[in-house]
Design a protein around this ligand. Structure first.
Ligand SMILES: Nc1ncnc2c1ncn2[C@@H]1O[C@H](COP(=O)(O)OP(=O)(O)OP(=O)(O)O)[C@@H](O)[C@H]1O
Ligand SMILES: [Mg+2]
Length: 139
């Protein structure tokens, strides 16, 4: 699936839509440059999974991984941008719970995570800078 998301509301709406397609055990990687909208989309997905439109979903850039308890089970939101060594990823436990829904930004830092992905989301800023282009592929 490919789509143009004209504004922030469209990103939120897609997040809600995608959340409904996710099941425990899904590992979603979000690709795209700095500012492409990975956290914005993950936030919308997590708020829908948590059934809480006002839930605080900070960027996990510094914590590396942020856990959430939701009615759909545990959700982990990770950002591997600051990962120095791919081996560090094991300590984050992203693959430890087969019933978790895991969302990962900058998964390129860990070939192991990329290989384990069940859903690949790619976000890009189109030429001209209006909105975002998104593609979603289920493996
Ligand atoms: N469809 C859209 N059209 C225009 N702007 C958008 C759209 N969706 C999100 N944005 C904006 O794009 C920015 C995305 O920031 P965000 O932190 O989500 O990027 P990121 O990909 O997570 O970056 P990083 O690699 O630093 O983690 C936000 O300012 C958000 O408001
Ligand atoms: Mg981010």
């Amino acid at each position: 699936m490919e789509r143009l998301l004209p504004d922030d509301d469209a990103t939120s709406a897609l997040g809600a839509e995608l959340a409904a397609t996710l099941a425990p055990g899904d590992l979603v990687i979000l690709e795209g440059d700095l500012g492409a909208g990975k956290t914005a989309l993950a936030r919308a997905i997590i708020r829908t999974l948590a059934n809480d439109p006002a839930l605080d979903v900070p960027s996990p850039t510094f914590a590396l991984v942020q856990p959430y308890d939701t009615p759909k089970g545990p959700v982990l939101h990770a950002d591997l941008y600051r990962l120095v060594d791919p081996r560090e990823v094991d300590e984050l436990g992203l693959l430890d719970n087969p019933n978790a829904i895991v969302l990962v930004e900058w998964a390129e830092r860990s070939p192991e995570i990329v290989a384990a992905a069940s859903v690949v989301i790619t976000l890009a800023i189109p030429p001209g800078g209006m909105g975002r282009l998104v593609s979603v592929t289920r493996r």
